[in-house]
Design a protein around this ligand. Structure first.
Ligand code: ASP
Length: 412
């Protein structure tokens, strides 16, 4: 049986078991034991992916940049990558704002949680300056500390610098580049082994996910959940494939077929970073993106390009405003727009990371940070979809960037 079939089976069985356990109730002995085993298996799978993550990101970006051996190409890849990231996240947020303003989830629902918070909602807005200062400060960190702490954003920045230095240094540093290339190949070999365990890991993670959702809260938030899932899927299945088709003429079916392993892994792990090794494998081996483009766009995208997260942050801010009974005017929605994008850029590709940066979006328009309590119970569910679209955005980006760069005839 192929690995893909095994992963698909893992999904189906995991969902089935999750539902079965949810029906039996958390007190049943078999459920307790089953969840214990699933917990160990799921965590082991994620741990294995995380084990290879830091060396992989570091070598991928440095080697990816260093291989773009001409300045003009480096420039072109940079511009197209960042340009695509901005456009796709902007579209995601616009979609969220339009849909949430239209359907107004949470209106009419009054929650005790906000009774006191309500009185404090002055124009307590976080300034853009403050936010930028904090964000910029986190970019440049001692690389050894960043590597040891697994600080992906700082690692990405240092690897970019190193890659650029290798490009500028040229022949003189060929040995260092070769060493890093071989290091990356070794890590990818390990990724291949870890992927053999993916069906079991995904099975265990999905079973756990479905059994641990708090149903009562889910019901009251159903409208919002439906809206976020609907718009996220619309972005993932209509907007992104359309962008891809317009630029590259690659039909959606072909893309999804090549991307499916990474999408399923993202769905099951809720982590763009943990999925990164699989994403790289999919774009390079199934979608035929050149390693030097993929090695640049994918790790950078896993950290800063998060369409699903941006969409969710904007939608959730408006939802909370509805719950609190505050009408956000156009200017405030613009702040939500910008802070959602920054919150998505700043969120590391980890489960529920967007939840943490959500606080920033809420506070920027004077909404109570306590409101994340209402979002927490549904976060794991929504995180699956948004992470899948985050990863999809990175893959679409690498294909579009490759197409744009290939128009430059002397690129090899
Ligand atoms: N889990 C998301 C990711 O890894 C980040 C988020 O929480 O939105 O892409």
């Amino acid at each position: 049986m192929s690995l893909n079939t095994q992963i698909f089976l893992g999904c189906i069985l995991g969902i089935g078991l999750g539902f079965l356990f949810a029906r039996l109730g958390p007190e049943a002995v078999i459920v307790k034991n089953g969840m214990f085993v699933c917990g160990i298996l799921g965590t082991l799978f994620i741990d294995l992916l995380k084990m290879v993550l830091v060396p992989l990101v570091f070598t991928s970006i440095a080697v990816g940049v260093a291989n773009l051996s001409k300045h003009s190409q480096l420039h072109r890849v940079w511009i197209s990558t960042l340009g695509f990231f901005m456009v796709s996240m902007t579209l995601a947020i616009i979609l969220a704002l339009l849909a949430t303003n239209w359907l107004k989830p949470g209106q009419g629902l009054t929650l005790d949680l906000f009774q006191t918070a309500n009185q404090n909602i002055a124009a307590k807005q976080m300034s853009f300056g403050e936010f930028f200062a904090t964000f910029l400060h986190g970019l440049f960190i001692n690389p050894f500390a960043a590597l040891a702490q697994g600080n992906i954003l700082a690692i990405v920045i240092f690897a970019l610098f190193l890659g650029i230095a290798l490009v500028v240094g040229g022949e003189r540093y060929r040995n260092i580049l070769l060493l890093m290339q071989e290091g990356q190949e070794l890590i990818l070999r390990m990724v291949g082994w870890i992927m053999r365990l993916a069906p079991i890991g995904i099975f265990a993670l999905l079973a756990q996910l479905l059994v641990s959702q708090d149903k009562a809260v889910l019901v009251s938030l159903l409208e919002f959940v439906g809206l976020v899932i609907g718009t996220t899927l619309l972005h993932g299945f209509v907007v992104l494939p359309l962008l891809l088709f317009v630029f590259t003429k690659i039909p959606p079916r072909k893309f999804f077929w090549g991307a499916r392993e990474a999408l399923l892994t993202a769905f099951a792990t809720s982590s763009s970073s943990a999925t990164l090794p699989v994403t790289l494998r999919c774009v390079e081996q199934h979608l035929h993106v050149k390693p030097n483009i993929a090695g640049f766009v994918i790790p950078l995208g896993a950290t800063i390009n998060m369409d699903g997260t941006a969409l969710y942050e904007a939608s959730a801010a408006l939802f909370i405003a509805n719950l609190v009974g505050v009408e956000l005017d156009l200017a405030q929605q613009l702040i939500v727009f910008f802070t959602s994008m920054l919150a998505a850029v700043g969120a590391p590709g980890m489960p529920s990371a967007g939840m943490i940066t959500m606080v920033m979006v809420l506070q920027s328009v004077g909404l109570p940070a306590e409101a994340i309590a209402i979002l927490l119970p549904i976060d794991r569910l929504l995180d699956t979809f948004r992470t899948m679209v985050n990863v999809e955005g990175d893959m679409v980006g690498s294909l579009i960037v490759q197409h744009l760069v290939n128009q430059n005839a002397d690129f090899d």
